[in-house]
Design a protein around this ligand. Structure first.
Ligand code: SF4
Length: 387
């Protein structure tokens, strides 16, 4: 998109929105902790913050662009195609600024009918599908595209596969906004959520199987008309930027080995394309910091982030693999009254009583890339108030 209605870089109003962003999302307490070893002890509780947590560069940029958009178009109707990032506080703040979320019908499809010609539409950090962008362009909307450049990098990779007629094998969640946007850029794609699914597909490639069974298993996760025989002859790996980096690497190696076994080393370049490194820096830093944190002697870990935030969920997986007690919460409202915590576990909300042990304890804390420092600070204050 190159027309004058397409905005990819904000409106030069960063200084004007800085004050609002600071007061809504930053915290003096957390800034102080960051410059003092990320540790705080109070009321017999030691808090150890991960070395990297919270807002990433891409989220910071997307939220700032949304605030700039409101300033640049003070009187225009502004829409957003999805949550700008997976954090309820940030999304509610946008609603309070009269930025409307495109309604979703009962069947899960979006209703773009309310958008009028020339109105402003923000695309979130995860990006938007090709079909959505075409529809908005046809309506001559002012499009403010906050797609994170790390996500665009994956799209470029998928475009290369497309040019060479390779099928994109996308490590991600088929219904995550970013993966929906990425897959829309590919004629032939297959989405695998984890290593187990990748192994299933690789066994199919090597040993064959029943196509109908394949299509039943991946019916929501492959392109229309997918042929599990011909569309798996030439594959390239791509990923949702916030998956577990180690798992993406294993999936890439598994497909490479599979194609080597099937076609031999002389023909491997005609059947397998390597993804390069497309897990974003911020995700990697937060996962590395979590791997370090779980090596400390801790009584438990709190992972703070939106319940639909993929990168937050993956941070908790690291604690689980280590066998540490951990709770995924989305903010201070999950704590209390008293010693009670409401947390996400295996897709559902749970309530645990007496979650905060007595005596001197150490709690590890991390937060996903879409969690503002202010939310982390409020969680800390709530914990200390329980004692
Ligand atoms: S987590 Fe990574 S891909 Fe997502 S917005 Fe942040 S920097 Fe961009």
């Amino acid at each position: 998109m190159n027309n004058s209605n397409y905005h990819r870089k904000g409106f030069g109003l960063k200084d004007e929105v800085q004050g609002d962003l600071r007061s809504a999302y930053e915290s003096d307490l957390i800034a102080g902790l960051r410059s003092n070893g990320n540790t705080l002890t109070k009321n017999g509780i030691t808090i150890k913050l991960a070395e990297a947590f919270g807002f990433c560069w891409g989220v910071d940029r997307a939220v700032s662009m949304a605030y700039e958009t409101r300033k640049h178009f003070p009187d225009k109707q502004i829409w957003i195609t999805n949550e700008i990032i997976h954090n309820p506080v940030v999304n509610n703040n946008l609603r309070d600024m009269s930025i409307a979320f495109i309604p979703v019908r009962n069947d899960g499809s979006k209703d773009f009918g309310g958008i009028k010609k020339g109105e402003v539409v923000i695309l979130p950090a995860f990006g938007a599908s090709v079909q959505e962008m075409q529809l908005l362009e046809a309506k001559e909307c002012e499009i403010v595209d906050t797609t994170c450049p790390w996500v665009s990098r994956v799209w470029n990779r998928v475009a290369k596969y497309e040019q060479s007629d390779f099928t994109a094998i996308i490590h991600g969640k088929y219904n995550h906004e970013e993966t929906v946007a990425t897959s829309s850029r590919s004629r032939h794609y297959l989405i695998v959520q984890n290593l187990a699914e990748a192994e299933w597909v690789c066994n199919f490639i090597l040993q064959g199987g029943v196509a109908a069974q394949f299509l039943e298993k991946f019916n929501q996760a492959c392109s229309e008309g997918f042929d599990p025989i011909s569309n798996l002859e030439r594959v390239g790996i791509a990923n949702q930027t916030t998956m577990l980096k180690g798992e993406t690497e294993l999936i890439g190696k598994l497909f490479e080995k599979t194609m080597l076994r099937k076609y031999g080393p002389d023909s491997i370049d005609e059947h397998f394309l390597s993804p390069g490194d497309t897990i974003c820096d911020a995700t990697q830093e937060r996962q590395d910091a979590m791997l370090k944190l779980v090596d400390d002697p801790l009584n438990l870990i709190l992972v703070i982030g939106g319940f639909n935030s993929s990168n937050t969920g993956h941070l908790q997986e690291i604690a689980k693999v280590k066998g540490l007690k951990s709770y995924h919460i989305d903010g201070p409202d999950c704590l209390g009254p008293g010693n009670v915590i409401r947390h996400m576990e295996e897709g559902g909300m749970h309530e645990t009583r007496e979650w905060l042990p007595s005596g001197n304890i150490t709690i590890g804390i991390t937060a996903g890339a879409s969690t503002p420092d202010q939310v982390v600070a409020e969680v800390l204050e709530k914990i200390f108030s329980i004692r």
